[in-house]
Design a binder for this molecule. Structure first.
Ligand code: ZN
Length: 148
């Protein structure tokens, strides 16, 4: 029977330990970063993941097309060069908000760290000149998760 209603998106409950860590797609992270994709939301164009980041690991340069919120549950991370260069040095437990168009030339982990983050919109990985290397929407993120 067609009622003209769109199918309701189902809720989701995840026991995080039931999901296996996977290596983060290359070349967008170095140093052994692993992740668990917890959810994608077509309604919001968002995705939520948790990341396991060994000491010294880092993410490749990127721009947050939409804002993001994180919860650093463990460790220490430098965003936007860290405090010494006008950025932030987060130490767990830490919450952070990154606005639309936040550019992160290097996000580096100074200790073994773990953080949870929701990305509201695509992530644009860039090269040194600021050209797009890869644009990750929630669909791309889901595809990368399923392919790994
Ligand atoms: Zn970032």
């Amino acid at each position: 029977m067609s009622t003209g209603h769109q199918e309701q998106i189902k809720g989701r409950d995840v026991h995080i330990d039931d999901i296996e860590w996977k290596d983060h797609p290359q070349p967008f992270a170095e140093g052994g970063i692993r992740w668990k994709l917890l959810n994608v939301s077509p309604e919001m164009g968002s995705w939520t993941a948790i990341y396991d980041c060994p000491k010294g690991s880092y993410f490749a340069p990127h721009i947050h097309i939409g804002p993001g919120e994180y919860f650093l549950t463990k460790g220490k991370m430098n965003v936007r060069g860290g405090k010494g260069e006008g950025g932030a040095s987060a130490e767990a437990p830490a919450y952070g908000y990154e606005p639309c168009n936040a550019q992160h030339d290097q996000t580096i982990f100074l200790e073994d760290s773990e953080f949870y983050m929701t990305f509201l919109g695509p992530l644009n990985f860039i090269d040194e000149e600021g050209n797009t290397v890869a644009l990750f929407t929630w669909q791309d993120v889901q595809g990368a998760w399923e392919a790994s």
